[in-house]
Design a protein around this ligand. Structure first.
Ligand SMILES: CCCCCCCCCCC/C=C/C(=O)SCCNC(=O)CCNC(=O)[C@H](O)C(C)(C)COP(=O)(O)OP(=O)(O)OC[C@H]1O[C@@H](n2cnc3c(N)ncnc32)[C@H](O)[C@@H]1OP(=O)(O)O
Length: 260
């Protein structure tokens, strides 16, 4: 696959490093999401792999979130396939038996934030120009219940409610204060720190850690599994509305204008 080059390396420690590399901004297209899910599945099935560090190969951007062009002016069949791929990615990552550490080395709005939130631990580069959050409301769209559930499980109900309603993108120091990321480190120390955190988590017996993780996450995962088709229908009916299409087009235009 061409669009989302994901480098994987499993060292002797049993740790894979996955680097998002889909210029210009690692947006989560159907192709990217499909490749990401397949990569996760392969690692999950590889007994030599016990943990994965997820980061970006691009400067300043971890991931710009879902590829907005996938949600604009496409067919019902395309929306169905795209949304199923988003769900699949989350089910695999949030439900992974591996230790997952996000080394957030750039901005991470919306779907990018979801990826980080779905990991077991988040370390972010301490650059106040990098921001992270579920900013869907700013685009005139709504984060689905499982984005919200994942967010609540990390930061708690009150912080999630305020942040979601305002569609806030939190600069790294604020994200740390809110508990949205666990640690801030200088950018050049990010991978070193991620490896150290990984070693700490891998020092425990896998079965105890895995059963505990399942116990903590199962209810939220089961909720999407039980309502998967309904969630796809909701997505389609939401993005098919002309008012939502207009909001998304205006947002894309705003991104382009910002450059000129
Ligand atoms: C009742 C309930 C029902 C619920 C049903 C569900 C409803 C739908 C839920 C959908 C959930 C959506 C989740 C998402 O992830 S939406 C995406 C949100 N992402 C963003 O808001 C980020 C937008 N991008 C940026 O802010 C900046 O690009 C960024 C800070 C990431 C980088 O800035 P930089 O200055 O470095 O780069 P540019 O802005 O110049 O961008 C370069 C080019 O990339 C294009 N771009 C950027 N982001 C995206 C994107 N997410 N998708 C597609 N394309 C993107 C940008 O337009 C530039 O393109 P050009 O070079 O062609 O101009």
């Amino acid at each position: 696959m061409a669009a989302a080059t994901l480098a994987r390396r499993i060292g002797r420690s049993g740790v894979a490093v996955m680097k998002f590399k889909s210029p210009p901004v690692n947006s989560l297209s159907l192709e990217f999401l499909t490749e990401f899910s397949i990569s996760l599945e392969k690692l999950e099935n590889n007994r030599a792999c016990r943990g994965v560090i997820i980061t970006s190969a691009l400067p300043k951007i971890f991931s710009s979130g879902l590829d907005i062009t996938e949600m604009c002016g496409k067919s019902i069949e395309h929306y169905t396939e795209f949304w199923r791929a988003v769900q699949e990615m989350w089910l695999r990552l949030y439900g992974s038996n591996m230790v997952t550490v996000a080394a957030v080395n750039g901005s991470s709005p919306a779907g990018g934030c979801l990826i980080a939130l779905s990991c077991d631990y988040r370390i972010m580069a301490e650059n106040p120009k990098f921001s992270i959050g579920l900013n869907e409301a700013q685009l005139g769209i709504v984060a689905p219940f499982w984005f919200k559930d994942t967010f609540v499980n990390v930061v708690g109900h009150r912080i999630a409610e305020r942040s979601l309603q305002l569609g806030s993108l939190h600069p790294a120091p604020e994200a740390h204060k809110l508990g949205l990321v666990d640690e801030l480190v200088p950018e050049e120390k990010l991978m070193e720190k991620a490896a150290a955190v990984m070693a700490q988590w891998l020092a425990l017996p896998d079965h105890a850690r895995q059963l505990t993780k399942t116990m903590m996450r199962k209810a939220v995962l089961d909720r999407l599994v039980a309502h998967r088709e309904e969630d796809i229908k909701n997505f389609i009916s939401f993005v098919s509305k002309e008012s939502i299409q207009k909001s998304l087009r205006m947002y894309m235009e705003m991104l382009k204008k910002k450059k000129s």
